[in-house]
Ligand binder design. Structure first.
Ligand code: DGL
Length: 269
């Protein structure tokens, strides 16, 4: 039984890599909706429709569990999908919860009431659609009280990364961190709430300063998924991944190979 990993583009490959490292025998199917990326500048309705279509494609390919590696899809579409779209016997999980569990130092499945936590000032860096959904603040409020979250919509960073222009992406990261610091001069922690941002981790850390704890998603999601699969049945396969894209497979394969610095071959979804 395969596990689907969905992202609007290539950023979710950082989540897939971490999941593969943690779960080498699971068959993963990665789907990049490259034709419609970036999602971060789309409306919530649009993101919902595109995410349902992509997840259905992964169900059709034999996945009964799909991880929305895309924060924008998790923020703008997941709750609505869970409220009525997901078919019987299928599961769709997002990427915010593992991150918030790490930030609030809670264990998997801890459903106790929200409580005070050590960290009080948190910077959230994410796409415009994720920031305007306020999904991060909503999920955090279920688990912690008294945490001040300042969100910075990082327009342009995803496009620069997808175009392979890391010099531009770095300059944009610096300017978004400056903008955040004007609103919150001393964040204690920073959340990189977009699958692409782990690739710019050093730039974020440098601009924020060494005393800011930066939470990056990929490894946390890998751990959380391993935990989930241990509790929910047998997903052992050959460990051979498949890569699907709604875009041009040749172009997407080239970018992915550059992105991960190893050969990745996409086929048409
Ligand atoms: N992968 C998306 C995310 O994690 C960002 C890319 C996009 O805007 O499509 O938020």
């Amino acid at each position: 039984m395969a596990v689907g990993i969905f992202d609007s583009g290539l950023g979710g490959l950082t989540v897939l890599e971490a999941a593969q490292r943690r779960l080498p025998d699971v068959d993963f199917i990665y789907l990049a909706d490259s034709e419609h990326a970036p999602y971060g500048v789309r409306t919530a309705d649009d993101i919902y429709d595109l995410t349902c279509k992509a997840v259905q494609r992964l169900f059709d390919a034999g996945c009964d569990l799909v991880i929305l590696a895309c924060n924008t899809a998790s923020a703008a579409a997941l709750r609505r999908m869970q409220e009525g779209w997901i078919p019987e016997g299928k599961r769709v999980l997002g990427v915010f919860v593992p991150l918030i569990e790490a930030l609030t130092e809670r264990d998997w499945g801890d459903n106790s009431p929200p409580r005070e936590v050590d960290v009080k000032h948190v910077a959230l860096f994410a796409t415009p659609a994720t920031v305007s959904s306020r999904a991060f603040q909503r999920e955090l409020a279920f688990r912690a009280i008294g945490v001040d979250v300042e969100a910075q919509a990082c327009g342009g960073v995803v496009d620069a990364i997808e175009d392979g222009d890391f010099i531009l992406a770095e300059a944009m990261v610096r300017s978004h961190v400056d903008a955040l610091k004007r609103k919150m001069p001393k964040p204690q922690a920073a959340i990189l709430g977009c699958t692409h941002y782990p690739l710019m981790l050093d730039a974020f850390q440098e601009a924020l300063g060494a005393d800011v704890k930066v939470f990056s998603q990929a490894k946390l999601v890998g751990e959380s998924l391993a935990d989930y699969l241990t509790r929910h049945g047998d997903k052992i396969g050959s460990g051979e991944p498949a890569y699907l894209t709604t875009g041009d497979p040749k172009q997407v394969s080239n970018r992915a190979t550059q992105f991960l610095r190893r050969q990745i071959t996409f086929t048409a979804a």
